[in-house]
Design a protein. Structure first.
Lengths: 478, 262, 249
């Protein structure tokens, strides 16, 4: 998928001004965010589970090469095929060639963010394979020709009316808007036929178990199960970080993933696939392929201060917790991964230069860190990326700060390096600002703080510093 | 200095780190902090040379500008012994949690920052830990709602303690605001760099505040106070936003004079 | 150099190493627990399920209900059979499929369904063979009104029914028909996901891991339209859990 990170500011502004989308985004808080809080409160050892989940992921990522090798050997032992793709093009090409070679007509796709990196459905359709998204949210998004808005709720920004128009082309403006149940049943009907005739499926992977070569899929809808039951070829695509070492680790990882994602104790369906169908089964894929993709993830792995981002299990909890995401929405982030985790992963994978606004668009409130089931310290990594864009600390080409900005911070430093200058600077600012103030507040300020006064009054610098006031007070006491 | 201290602190002498914004924009918060600490029987020292902890530049990514300022802070406050009190969750977090990253190329500095951090406390945290949340009584007749500033809540770990402390103020009516733990949208330079996003977040906060019909909002960080107060003023609201130290010192004064003043 | 070697080399390099090193033992993951330990944990999990059946059943009933199962407790085989027939009748089921789980022959199901009159066809959904037969079994599953299965394990923590697809237990039987009825024997309820995966790991290390596994917790659902939860998007709209509390189990 072509990154459009450069449009962050304009996309964000557009979403902030869109009342309908703002209303839809409310659900992210009232539904998902609250759901996670309730689920956590309901789990007596929640913090222990998070700690364990983090430790499992830390360990795995620190030995990712070892576990990737183990996993791929096991998949092959189980009768599956593994394809290692350095990038999205290679992955897409492998899948398309496989479909051609196996005379595939209809491909059903389950939700997979990695497949979005490849823009797989779009490309497969262009290559002549009927490729249908089967997660309801993804299906809606595919009909709309858009990209997912959220990691687990791709169509969270769409209203019922939007959905009605997309599902039923005869739906007219004056008609009664069907309720969610009617719309879901309509989609069920449309997708049933597709399931019945599908000969290939592409799914994501929630966890890949190294020791047994298993993949685990988590869905509420059942499309993941359809994908592993009906078609004769099943292709599972995964980012290389999706590994966990042991089958037994699944109990911890599933618990924290599902509770953090939807607030459920478990999703309706958890499917563990240990290879193609067994010889005595009549249904199930005869072929099982796993595509493991890097696509720039090694850059995250290489940076010791960003590596932790590969612990991400894509639950979406950081998005739900993020006050910025809840205002700017998913499309502003300009690539596959939105929200706080996207603000780290996206710039590193697609290029920090165009994406420099992503790490900047944060109040560093830390709600994402608090929500993360594997305790990824997202604010800390946002600060790392800001350091790169401000000063080009890792690569001079990544520096996107403007000259004026750099000059301001230099001046700031000078001012802070001595108390005399500090006081002198403050008094100067006070004198300059005072004529424009009313009752100690300013309604319209010049750059660089003009942005502030668009919606807020700005406080006037004090006429006298605390130091001076306290000294006067002390003299009086004596 | 009205009361003898009844604490487990082991000293009567503390040092105030006012923070740059309190020092130059809102000195009344600093004075209130001193008054409350003195009310608890403490001697409060103020180092005249203090400026800033370095956080603004650090948060904007300009670490090379931040570092000398942070180092200056460290050297200055290393010169005094005893607890250092900061009326800001954000600046406390900078020293305690983020200096380790800022100084990471120099193990010696990281260690010095860690040592200093052991005796650096945010204002609420300090009182709660050494004096208890019922240490301060007073009188005020305000309808108050409390906003949980992000760094105070998530980096320092002060959650409901200020509400507990305020429950000892006679006449004060506490009203819970919806989503009190959601960010106000300040975020330092973010508020100026991305004003539309910052304001959209603030709008939600202001709606939640106005729904409480409180005439006072209490918060623990001066940046958030400016953001919320600036927004309320723009809406034409007369609701005032105070630092916890301000409402405490005012309530103590009210109790002493025996009357409630506005 | 193969794609795999090149790929893994790049990972090794990004980790700051020149070759793959074996990880040191780590408490967080179970991978360092050997076969003996894993086997004894698995055996313990199965023993606990038998020893604490009463408690686990009560817990299962509660969490299954929460997950959206319609839970029924029956005292004997006949009652179970009658209940299944009445569910089929309620749905005016014409075509019912069932799995080869032994619990479904313990209860007099086939005869009860035949006798009910509304049910036209009963198929034991297990036959291997040609492509044609595969297609036939697929379309049977998509056309069935009700799918009836036993339960390989249940999980009290989450209200989950666990099924291992195999000969006689098809993948689609519990998924494609609009109604799924799962029949549970009390001794098969495990306390939590920990016990389930302990058993799976024990099976794996002893070379007995099954081809796949489905955890089913309630009816198919989605909340993709305006956050409203709707059941029955792709899988069953209605799921029943029948617990046969017969003395023989």
């Amino acid at each position: 998928m072509k990154p459009l990170t450069i449009n962050f500011r304009s996309k964000a502004a557009q979403t902030i001004g869109d009342e309908q989308v703002q209303n839809s985004l409310e659900h992210v808080y009232t539904g998902f965010y609250r759901g996670r809080l309730n689920a956590a409160a309901d789990t007596h050892n929640w913090e222990e589970l998070r700690t364990k989940g983090k430790a499992i992921k830390d360990h795995t990522i620190a030995h990712l090469d070892h576990y990737l090798e183990m996993f791929s050997e096991k998949v092959e032992e189980n009768g599956g095929n593994v394809f290692f793709a350095d990038n999205a093009d290679e992955a897409r090409q492998y899948i398309t060639e496989l479909a051609t070679d196996r005379d595939i007509e209809t491909v059903i796709k389950s939700k997979s963010m990695v497949s979005e990196e490849m823009a797989l459905a779009e490309n497969m359709n262009e290559s002549g394979f009927e490729t249908i998204e089967t997660d309801l949210g993804e299906y809606i998004i595919q009909l709309a020709g858009e990209t997912p808005y959220h990691l687990i709720a791709p169509a969270v920004h769409k209203s019922r009316k939007d959905v009605a128009e997309l599902l039923d082309k005869d739906f007219a403006d004056g008609d009664r808007v069907p309720d969610a149940t009617e719309l879901t049943m309509l989609a069920r009907k449309q997708l049933r036929d597709v399931f019945a005739r599908a000969d290939m499926s592409v799914t994501g992977v929630n966890f890949a178990v190294a020791e047994s070569g298993s993949i685990v899929l988590v869905t509420n809808e059942g499309n993941g199960r359809m994908s592993t039951s009906v078609p004769r070829v099943h292709v599972a695509v995964m980012g290389m970080e999706k590994i966990i070492p042991s089958i037994q680790d699944l109990s911890t990882m599933l618990r924290i993933l599902i509770r953090s994602a939807t607030g459920q104790r478990i999703s309706t369906y958890v499917t563990m696939v240990n290879g193609p169908k067994t010889p005595d089964e009549e249904e199930g894929p005869e072929e099982f392929h796993v595509v493991i993709m890097n696509n720039g993830r090694h850059k995250l792995l290489k940076d010791p201060f960003l590596r932790e981002s590969l612990n991400c299990i894509r639950c979406g909890a950081c998005l739900n917790a993020c006050p910025v995401y809840r205002k700017v929405g998913g499309h502003a982030y300009g690539w596959v991964y939105p929200g706080p985790i996207g603000a780290i992963v996206t710039p590193v994978i697609t290029g920090l230069k165009d994406a420099n606004n992503l790490p900047a668009a944060s109040s560093l409130c830390g709600a994402c860190h608090e929500a993360c089931p594997v305790k990824i310290n997202i604010p800390r990594m946002l600060l790392e990326l800001r350091h790169k864009t401000a000063e080009g600390s890792s690569d001079p080409n990544e520096r996107t700060s403007k000259f004026a900005e750099r000059a301001i911070w230099k001046a700031w430093r000078t001012g802070m390096m001595g108390r005399g200058r500090f006081d002198w600077g403050a008094r100067l600012a006070y004198l300059l600002m005072r004529p424009f103030s009313i009752n100690g507040w300013i309604k319209k300020a010049p750059p660089p703080i003009s942005g502030w006064t668009l919606s807020r009054d700005f406080p006037l610098i004090a006429g006298e510093s605390l130091k001076s006031r306290l000294n006067r007070r002390r003299k009086k006491d004596i | 200095m009205s009361e003898t201290s009844n604490n487990n602190l082991g000293t009567r002498s503390v040092t105030l780190f006012a923070t740059c914004m309190v020092d130059q924009i809102s000195p009344s918060v600093g004075e209130s902090t001193v008054e409350v600490l003195e009310h608890l029987g403490l001697d409060v020292k103020f180092l005249d040379e203090q400026t800033c902890c370095g956080q603004p530049a650090f948060n904007s990514g300009f670490r090379s500008e931040s570092e000398p300022v942070a180092q200056r802070f460290l050297e200055l406050f290393e010169k005094v012994d005893g607890p250092i009190i900061v009326p800001s969750g954000s600046c406390a977090a900078m020293v305690r949690n983020f200096y380790a990253d800022l100084f990471r190329h120099d193990k010696g500095l990281v260690e010095r920052a860690r040592t200093l951090s052991e005796r650096l406390y945010e204002f609420t945290e300090f009182i709660h830990r050494f004096f208890g949340s019922d240490a301060i009584t007073g009188i005020c007749d305000d309808r108050v709602t409390y906003h949980k500033c992000c760094h105070l809540l998530r980096e320092v770990g002060i959650d409901e303690q200020p509400i507990e402390m305020l429950s000892n103020i006679e006449g004060l009516k506490m009203v819970q605001m919806n989503r009190s733990d959601v960010c106000c949208g300040f975020g330092g330079a973010f508020s100026v760099k991305m004003p539309d996003i910052s304001s959209a977040i603030l709008d939600e906060k202001l709606d939640n505040i106005e729904a409480t019909k409180a005439n006072r909002v209490v918060a623990g960080d001066i940046g958030c106070i400016f953001q919320i107060q600036g927004g309320l003023r723009r809406r034409g609201s007369t609701t005032r936003v105070l630092h916890l130290a301000e409402i405490l010192s005012e309530s103590i004064r009210n109790a002493k004079t025996g009357k409630v003043t506005e | 150099m193969t794609a795999k070697v090149r790929f893994i080399n790049q990972v090794t390099k990004a980790l700051g190493r020149t070759k793959i090193i074996r990880p040191k033992e780590n408490y967080a993951t179970a991978i360092f627990e050997d076969r003996n330990l894993a086997s004894s944990k698995a055996a313990q999990a199965l023993e606990d399920a038998k020893a604490m059946t009463t408690t686990l059943i009560d817990q299962m009933v509660e969490s299954a209900d929460e997950a959206g199962w319609k839970v029924h407790r029956t005292d004997n085989f006949e009652e179970s059979a009658e209940l299944i027939v009445s569910i089929c009748e309620t749905h005016r089921a014409k075509f019912v499929l069932r799995s080869a789980h032994s619990v479904l022959t313990d209860i007099p199901l086939d005869s009860a369904l035949s006798a009910s009159g509304t049910v036209l066809e009963i198929t034991e959904h297990s036959s291997k063979g040609s492509n044609q037969q595969i297609e036939k079994s697929k379309s049977a599953a998509f056309n069935a009104d009700v799918g009836i299965t036993g339960v390989d394990y249940a999980i009290a923590e989450t209200g989950t029914v666990v099924l291992h697809p195999r000969a006689g237990v098809s993948r689609l039987l519990s998924l494609a028909p609009p109604t799924h009825i799962a029949v549970l024997r009390p001794g098969d309820v495990l306390a939590s996901l920990d016990e389930l995966f302990a058993i799976q790991r024990g099976d794996f290390l002893n070379g007995k891991l099954q081809g796949s596994m489905n955890l089913i917790s309630g009816p198919s659902k989605t909340a993709d339209i305006e956050g409203t939860t709707v059941t029955g998007i792709h899988g069953p709209l209605e799921v029943h859990l029948i617990i046969v509390e017969n003395d023989q189990y």
